[in-house]
Design a protein around this ligand. Structure first.
Ligand code: PEP
Ligand code: MG
Length: 361
């Protein structure tokens, strides 16, 4: 594992003397978490849980869940995922012992789980003792023209509350198991792609209900937060409402940039240069936060959120969280932390310190 040493470590220590805004990391594995911790990350600002579902046995469980027609069937399909998720979270919480860890509930578009191939459909029909016809009907029923603007984020948790319940249970059980071993875990459960307060409330209710059930089962409790990504423009516009319930905000500026510009983040490289060359933009807004536009949504979201909840914890977990000029903007906005990939943590720590020093002058 890489570590900071010598003069580099000295600069880092100096940075921490001046920095007031914290630097967390985006990490999905204990290994990444440890790397970032060695680089001085003060917590995890984003654990994306989606990659955890794409391993062979796990994606199969998800497919069975989608095809199950009853709540009981869906719960049954997800049952085998619970111990795996619990282990995922125990590893990450342990690596970040004592520091806050933001775990984001499942976010990818549903179509990534839908079995499109005939061979897979046949296998599933056999194993679940249902007709191939039934599998095909379900697949066509779930077809979407724009999956990235459709069945993803909290919308998945609304259609399939069993996913939210399973993940919330895995997070809380992991934290309680570690507590029994004397290890402090500080989970912050984050709901993705919120656009309305009602969406937040629907997921929050499941999370808190599940947590309370687990607390009773263990006859023990832990502290945890429930908060949200702000990554849809409507969430920034209605942040005062969402803050009535959310305990923290994390700006997802990848999606916020995509939706504010109307550029597909996956295809931007294909046509963005045209705009940049004509001088309309100076830089790639997916790399450097567009302060005039997207940044204003961030500013508005923070101000509106804090007009409802003065002490609202606010951070950023889009790629911009490790880019120095964007980090300075986040500081000026009054964020509590930025979160970036492990190898950008040192740069972000310096940028955070420089922003604080500049503002004193
Ligand atoms: C974002 O949208 O900025 C974000 C952090 O989430 P993801 O990149 O996983 O969509
Ligand atoms: Mg996003």
């Amino acid at each position: 594992e890489p570590e900071l040493s010598g003069e580099f470590a000295e600069i880092m220590n100096l940075s921490d003397k001046y920095a007031t805004m914290q630097v967390r990391t985006n990490a999905d594995t204990p290994k990444d978490a440890k790397v970032a911790r060695n680089f001085g990350a003060q917590g995890i600002g984003l654990t994306r849980t989606e990659h955890m579902f794409f391993e062979v046995d796990r994606i199969k469980a998800m497919r069975e869940m989608i095809l199950a027609d009853t709540v009981k069937g869906r719960k049954e399909a997800l049952k085998e995922l619970l111990p795996m998720q619990r282990e995922d979270f125990e590893g990450i919480f342990e690596a970040m012992e004592g520091l806050p860890v933001t775990v984001r509930l499942l976010d990818p578009p549903l179509h990534e789980f839908v079995p499109h191939q005939l061979a897979t459909q046949k296998d599933l029909a056999d194993e679940m003792h249902i007709s191939l016809e039934a599998v095909k009907n379900k697949v066509s029923e779930l077809e979407e023209f724009n999956p990235m603007l459709g069945h993803r984020g909290c919308r998945l948790g609304i259609t399939y509350p069993e996913i939210t319940e399973m993940q919330a249970r895995a997070i809380i059980e992991a934290a309680l198991n570690l507590k029994a071993k004397g290890i402090v875990a500080k989970p912050e459960i984050m709901i993705p792609l919120i656009g309305t307060l009602a969406e937040f409330e629907s997921q929050e209710k499941i999370i808190r209900g599940t947590a309370n059930t687990v607390f009773e089962e263990y006859n023990d409790t832990i502290e945890y937060l429930v908060g949200t990504m702000i990554e849809i423009p409507r969430a920034a516009l209605t942040a005062d409402l969402i803050a009535q319930k959310a305990e923290f905000f994390s700006f997802g500026t990848n999606d916020l940039t995509q939706m504010a510009f109307g550029y597909s983040r996956d295809d931007a490289g294909k046509f963005l240069p045209i705009y940049i060359e004509k001088g309309i933009l100076k830089v790639d807004p997916f790399e450097v936060l567009d302060q005039e536009g997207v940044g204003q949504l961030v500013k508005m979201g923070t101000e509106k959120g804090r007009s409802t909840k003065k002490e609202l914890k606010v951070g950023i977990c889009g790629e911009h969280g490790g880019e120095p000029s964007s980090v300075e903007f986040c500081y000026k906005t009054g964020m509590n932390y930025v979160s970036c990939s492990p190898f950008r943590v040192p740069i972000a720590r310096i940028a955070s310190a420089q922003a604080a020093i500049k503002s004193e002058k």
